[in-house]
Design a binder for this molecule. Structure first.
Ligand code: SAM
Ligand code: CA
Length: 220
């Protein structure tokens, strides 16, 4: 028994995957194609995709928001868990990255559920708010540029209904958050973001050490 979270060795991580990962073939192939890219580390891990899909099922979410889509793995994980009339608005700035996603979304039969919005995500979110979509979303996943995390979070809090769930990725930033020699913009932004959420009375909070650290915030 233990009173703290277990440290995952490589062997334990492999074991965990061997007894729990159920990655559909289409997601595996998208992961394999993304692995050929220099930026492949931006993709969430497969067990995180499965966890997020389970959260979608548990919360009964049907209207979702994603900020940072890249080659579409997390959006596809969420879309596959949505009900027939479910939708995900997926925000990214890169035509190049997101064009890789589309054949996989089609192959999985969920292309019609994924509404890709290309452009700076702060602008896309402001347009959604201005268009009266405040409180219309059940679930949001924040995984774009780290310096804008607080801006994305404030807007996601507007867009998600009371009781809705906001997930925020990379909140442990490969351990850099506790490395005193790291004072780059991204690391400082994530530290400031984590500190801000720690005392935010508008949410119930849990930081889950899956992937690179995933914050779960339920809007009160
Ligand atoms: N969630 C994705 C996945 O699991 O595969 C990974 C997202 S990746 C970490 C971050 C993405 O944010 C990149 O695709 C990048 O193009 C996008 N991005 C960076 N700055 C952005 C901005 N200002 N607005 C919208 N998207 C942005
Ligand atoms: Ca990420």
């Amino acid at each position: 028994m233990s009173s703290r979270t277990i440290v995952l060795t490589d062997a334990l991580y492999e074991y965990m995957l061997s007894v729990s990962l159920r990655e559909p073939g289409v997601l595996r192939r998208l992961r394999e194609e993304t692995a050929k890219m220099a930026q492949h580390n931006m993709q969430i891990s497969p067990e995180q995709g499965q966890f997020m899909a389970l959260l979608v099922e548990l919360t009964g979410a049907s209207k979702c928001l994603e900020i940072g889509t890249f080659t579409g793995y997390s959006a596809l994980s969420v879309a596959l868990a949505l009900p027939g009339d479910g939708r995900i608005v997926a925000c990214d700035i890169s035509e190049e990255f997101t064009s890789l996603a589309k054949p996989y979304w089609r192959e999985a039969g969920v292309a019609g559920k994924i509404d890709l919005r290309l452009g700076p995500a702060l602008e896309t979110l402001d347009a959604l708010i201005a268009g009266g979509e405040g409180g219309a979303f059940d679930f949001a996943f924040i995984d774009a540029d780290k310096v804008n995390y607080l801006g994305y979070f404030q807007r996601a809090l507007d867009l998600v209904r009371a009781g809705g769930l906001i997930l925020v990725d990379n909140v442990l930033w490969h351990g850099a958050v506790v490395d005193p020699s790291r004072d780059d913009e991204d690391t400082e932004a994530i530290r400031a973001f984590n500190r801000a959420l720690a005392d935010d009375p508008r949410i119930s909070l849990s930081l889950v050490p899956i992937g690179d650290g995933l914050t779960l915030a339920r809007k009160r």
